[in-house]
Design a protein around this ligand. Structure first.
Ligand SMILES: *Cc1c(COP(=O)(O)O)cnc(C)c1O
Ligand code: SF4
Length: 330
């Protein structure tokens, strides 16, 4: 499997219930699968990630993140298609400029995995992602706005772009003197660690800008030896590694899981950054953890771990100038 390149592995991801169930030794009858949920947001999980799901366990925390189930069709009060006001923050195609000093680029709408709780699952990506030509217009915009110190490559997952395309983008960004940092928000080194190619490491190593990679991992079981190796390769290329998780009912909403995630992340060279309170996107209500419970969990984690292993519990509120710490919005 590891001799295949990442694009091949990506193309052969599981997209079909039955094949996935067979591989995981599960009967569809053990699960509340929903074809209507698949129509809204297709099933997608590469083998490298699926191999970390425990066989014959319908309650596996990694499985829960990717399995389209009936609960997605329920509607919940306060949930919508654009919970964080992204559509209002779009100034130019593919560019979200919400916060001072930072712009976020939607480099692609595609992802290696489809996370059922994703707040962008209902986002009109096809209309908003950057084409190659729009990318150069965006570079111009960033150049003209000297308040921008940091560019965040996001999506979708920006590491879905091939290395040649990324190399051109990094070269263009290197020319912008007022830009200090390039941040990459990606789940790919977790989902498909072979994505951390030598070519990618060269791009990151050669950039004159400081590079931050913010991974997205929600559970200790997501970090196997291949992921650990990928993280180590990124670190050795001079990259600062952070992680963001989403607090998810049935996945990581207990003290032990959260503590072990932080410990494991640090073991592989990654600092916990954010623990996101779930954004209220339609189809994700069953992942919700109450604010009271979220705060109790964070306090318990704080009481067990070194300060630097405690992620910031944040929520995104439309119209605010930064992400909000949960304790300050209660
Ligand atoms: C989350 C986010 C950022 C980054 O915020 P930080 O608090 O610096 O991590 C930037 N732009 C947008 C639109 C975001 O949603
Ligand atoms: S990788 Fe990120 S953007 Fe893609 S589906 Fe998962 S949470 Fe959403």
């Amino acid at each position: 499997m590891h001799s295949e390149n990442w694009q091949t592995q990506l193309a052969s991801a599981f997209t079909d219930f039955q094949t996935l169930c067979d591989y995981l030794q599960l009967s569809p009858n053990d699960l509340t699968l929903s074809l209507d949920a698949v129509k809204q947001f297709p099933l997608r999980v590469p083998l490298a990630f699926a191999s970390r799901i425990e066989k014959s366990n319908p309650l596996d925390p990694l499985l829960r993140q990717i399995l389209p189930i009936n609960d997605e069709l329920k509607s919940y009060a306060g949930f919508s298609d654009d919970p964080v006001g992204d559509l209002n923050a779009v100034k130019q195609t593919g560019v979200l400029h919400k916060y001072h000093g930072r712009v976020l680029l939607i480099n692609t709408g595609a992802c290696a995995i489809h996370c059922r709780y994703c707040f962008r699952r209902n986002f009109p990506y096809a209309d908003l992602q950057l084409s190659k030509q729009q990318e150069s217009e965006v570079i111009q915009t960033i150049q003209n706005d000297t308040s921008i110190q940091e560019v965040i490559l996001s999506g979708g997952d920006p590491l879905i772009l091939n290395d040649a395309r990324l190399a051109r983008l990094f070269e263009a960004l290197a020319q912008i003197l007022t830009l200090k940092r390039i941040r990459i928000h990606t789940r790919l080194p977790i989902v498909l660690p072979v994505r951390v190619t030598d070519e990618l490491l060269e791009i990151l190593k050669n950039s004159p800008k400081k590079i931050i990679v913010v991974l997205h991992c929600n559970h200790t079981n997501e970090i196997d030896e291949d992921v650990a190796k990928a993280c180590q390769r990124l670190t050795s290329a001079g990259v600062t590694l952070l992680n963001q998780s989403v607090l998810l009912q049935g996945v990581n909403d207990d003290v032990e899981t959260l503590c072990s995630l932080s410990e494991r992340l640090f073991e592989v060279g990654v600092l916990p950054y954010y623990l996101h309170f779930l954004d209220k996107a339609n189809g994700t209500g069953h992942f919700q953890v109450s604010k009271t419970k979220a705060l109790a969990l964070l306090t318990a984690v704080q009481n067990q771990l070194s300060g630097y292993l405690v992620p910031k519990l944040v929520t995104e509120q439309a119209g605010e100038l930064s992400k909000q710490y949960l304790h300050s919005v209660l």
